[in-house]
Design a protein around this ligand. Structure first.
Ligand code: F6R
Length: 362
């Protein structure tokens, strides 16, 4: 069942190049997108309302950056348990988008039911096509991750992200912000994902070495900026779920507004920062941490590691990648750091205490 792996989580992390490739095979054909959204044309949509819980929520948060940047489409995003009770007004021409691996999460299902009739259409991203959330949606987009057994979500996250990336590019094209040539270019970037993910998985041994040090920490901070901010949140969630180490994810720029008070020698800060247009700002955030004796684990590519200069405690070298796919790729180090830290601590990786795979109570 575990196919030679010690845990389902390890197997599911390793499957990602394949399952992400399956998403691309399902939804791309040549230079075009072939995703059945029941006739939705994003030119007629004014707003998305994305709702989900946990890791699925973080996938939605990355999608917000993509839809807004590439398709100029405003996105509201909420955790399901808050969404239902905050009585937000629904703007006309809003699509409700519900993200759930299991398709059975009670809060997400309740939010879907609350939205039905108030939004133009109910769209879901699900891994289980016969689930309640899929059945109650106008359009259910399958994320093609295959069965996910480990309680901590890994491959479902990257398949949610890949499906969202395709959808955001369709929206950009529908709304006239991407012409045919531009779309073809973006799709060729997406097609680099399986290969680059396989490459990213080769950091496994390096991650293990860093994890043995993280295992000694009581608290760990994760930082990311822009579309990498949700990856900082996901890295922190994965770590606390399976290693029981307290971890917090922050937007890099928020550091000096409070969390920097936590920085000391014993509190490592993991910085998820590929070389992008904002990298110099991230470097100054890292310097703020290091100036206070904080230890920085920089997860980045070779170019950025060079620019970051000296003083970084540990570096995890990721392959260089087109900006669009960076958040998908950086899920791999987030997962591997948590996995190896949990192994070092001897916790139950696949069945962490107090957690269930599918949360069917509100
Ligand atoms: C994190 C994790 C949870 C789920 C959340 C939503 O590793 O597994 O945070 O992501 O409970 O579950 P689904 O996607 O089934 O609605």
């Amino acid at each position: 069942e575990k196919g030679g792996y010690k845990h389902y989580m390890a197997k599911e992390i390793a499957q990602q190049p394949t399952v992400v490739g399956n998403v691309l095979n399902a939804y791309l054909s040549g230079d075009q997108i072939n995703m059945d959204l029941g006739g939705i044309n994003f030119a007629n949509v004014d707003r998305l309302s994305i709702v989900a819980c946990g890791t699925a929520y973080y996938a939605g948060l990355v999608a917000k950056y993509w839809f807004e940047q590439h398709a100029r489409l405003p996105v509201d995003i909420d955790v399901a348990s808050e969404f239902r009770y905050r009585e937000a007004p629904f703007a006309p021409k809003t699509l409700g988008v519900f993200v759930s691996q299991s398709g059975e999460t009670a809060d997400t299902l309740a939010a879907l039911r609350y939205s039905a009739g108030k939004v133009d259409k109910v769209v879901s991203l699900v891994n289980v096509p016969e689930s309640s959330i899929a059945r109650e949606s106008d359009v259910a987009v399958e994320i093609h991750a295959g069965v996910e057994v480990s309680v901590a979500s890994t491959k479902a996250f990257t398949c949610q992200l890949t499906s969202f990336a395709v959808m955001a590019l369709k929206a950009a094209h529908d709304r006239g912000h991407l012409d045919d040539a531009g779309l073809a270019q973006r799709l060729s970037e997406l097609r680099q994902l399986p290969g680059l993910m396989s490459h990213a998985l080769t950091i496994d041994a390096a991650t293990k070495a860093i994890a043995s040090k993280l295992a000694e920490a009581r608290d760990v901070l994760f930082l990311g900026r822009g579309q990498m901010f949700p990856l900082a949140l996901e890295g922190a969630l994965k770590l606390k779920e399976i290693s029981y180490i307290h971890a917090e994810g922050y937007a890099s720029g928020e550091l000096k507004h409070g969390p920097i008070a936590l920085v000391d020698k014993a509190t490592p800060t993991v910085v998820m920062a590929p070389h992008d247009g904002l990298f110099d700002k991230t470097v100054s955030n890292m310097q703020e941490v290091m100036a206070r004796g904080g230890r920085v684990v920089l997860v980045s590519d070779a170019r950025a590691a060079e620019e970051a200069g000296s003083g970084v405690w540990q570096t995890l070298a990721m392959p260089e990648a087109p900006e669009l796919i960076q958040p998908i790729l950086y899920a791999v180090p987030a997962q591997l750091l948590a996995y190896h830290t949990a192994i070092a601590k001897g916790t139950d990786v696949d069945q962490p205490r107090n957690l269930a795979k599918s949360v069917t109570v509100e």
